[in-house]
Design a protein around this ligand. Structure first.
Ligand SMILES: *Cc1c(COP(=O)(O)O)cnc(C)c1O
Length: 377
């Protein structure tokens, strides 16, 4: 048997939606993007959502709108994809890492306060694997020190904590529709928020700083446009949105399937020698983006090799960002400075998790992983 690490779940209705989009005269941002934006905002219970080219672009837009730049510090987590922390560096600011909770891999909120300095402008949290951080606790600290809060929600569209969803508490939530995310258009993203002031700012900022979009010029006839500041190019096209408009309607149904798969993994690995699993805190509904096991870090690479030799696709999400050469050299971070994140990143393995994963395929993954992990307990 061969089990892939990931398969998307596109349906004929998604293919047909793209075909219709291609028959429209204009392929860039238009009606289909706005339909998707409205659906996403409604689903996450935020007032606004804007489609972008990626979560990386969304993060950059969020930090730019918050005027983060050289000399500023942004508190964040080392247990994430590099896109999170690179967005801070891209604007000339410094990422200040705070260690993580061992049970979830999320930033340890209790350690945020001691990392705050006069230069701190914002807290950039990541809802890792789909489990939201304790946003009420983050917000309390942010308010006390007048800091902004950005949520990297690349893993978490569907999740909630204490009844709140991504973007409800923070200033911005940034989403990804990259090839392996819960809903996907290959490459794409969105930024969601509740402050009306940000709408025009982002729509200008993500079109080079132009104050009239091509869409307006097309629908309303040529008008002179002006550029008052330097923006970036990050708008979503109708083609990408066409792939997403129906997926978002199926999002809860798909979550249910992944939830069942995860429950089965959890039962199978609960007492399995050599395997540890993460905890979902009470009051959290997880988006079940990735299923993670932890194994003995001394043998992790060998275990991965043997799992792959059995034709099971696995990956690592993630080795801690502060251990990457660029970060070590630029900021003089050492692996042991964020001990839990370092250890966590040396222990994790991500298992196959997607809607079309069949029961016998999952049984095979469980059998292979149990057998191999036991040898390296
Ligand atoms: C995928 C991912 C991103 C980047 O998303 P893109 O849409 O590829 O830019 C950012 N943060 C996290 C945690 C991710 O997993």
């Amino acid at each position: 048997m061969k089990v892939d690490f990931y398969k998307h779940n596109l349906q004929m209705e998604d293919v047909n939606a793209v075909v219709s989009a291609l028959k429209e005269p204009i392929l860039t941002t238009g009606k289909i993007v706005h339909t998707f934006e409205n659906k996403l905002a409604k689903y996450t219970r935020n007032r606004f959502a804007i489609g972008t080219m990626s979560c990386s672009h969304s993060l950059e837009l969020a930090l730019r709108v918050l005027n983060i730049g050289p000399g500023d510090e942004v508190i964040t987590t080392p247990m994430t994809f590099i896109a999170t922390t690179n967005s801070i560096i891209k604007l000339g600011a410094k990422p200040i890492f705070v260690d993580i909770e061992n049970d979830t891999g999320n930033i340890n909120v209790d350690l945020i306060e001691e990392a705050i300095t006069k230069k701190t402008k914002a807290i950039l949290v990541v809802h890792l694997y789909g489990v939201m951080c304790d946003m009420q606790a983050v917000k309390k600290i942010a308010d006390r020190y007048k800091l902004k809060v950005v949520e990297d929600s690349a893993h978490c569209i569907e999740g909630s904590r204490d009844g709140t969803k991504p973007g409800n508490i923070g200033d911005f939530a940034c989403f990804s529709f990259y090839a392996t995310k819960n809903i996907t258009c290959g490459e794409g993203g969105a930024i969601s928020f509740n402050n009306e002031e940000y709408v025009d700012k982002i729509r200008v900022l993500y079109l080079h700083g132009m104050d009239k979009s091509a869409e307006k010029r097309f629908t309303e006839g040529y008008q002179h446009w002006n550029m008052e500041f330097l923006g970036i190019k990050a708008n979503m096209s109708n083609i990408q949105a066409a792939l997403l408009v129906n997926q978002i309607d199926r999002i809860d149904q798909q979550l249910k399937v992944r939830e069942e798969i995860c429950r089965k993994y959890e039962i199978a690995f609960e007492n399995a020698p050599g395997v540890n699993i993460l905890k979902v805190p009470p009051s959290v509904i997880t988006s079940r983006h990735l299923f993670i096991i932890k194994v003995n870090p001394m043998f992790r690479n060998q275990i991965i090799k043997e799992i792959q030799d059995h034709n099971v696709g696995v990956t690592i999400n993630y080795r801690a960002v502060h251990t990457m050469s660029y970060y070590k050299e630029k900021f003089e971070y050492k692996p042991e400075m964020f001990k839990i994140a370092n250890q966590f990143g040396e222990s994790v393995i991500s298992l196959p998790l997607y809607v079309s994963l069949k029961p016998d395929e999952q049984d095979y993954v469980i059998e292979v992983v149990k057998k191999i992990a036991k040898k390296y307990e």
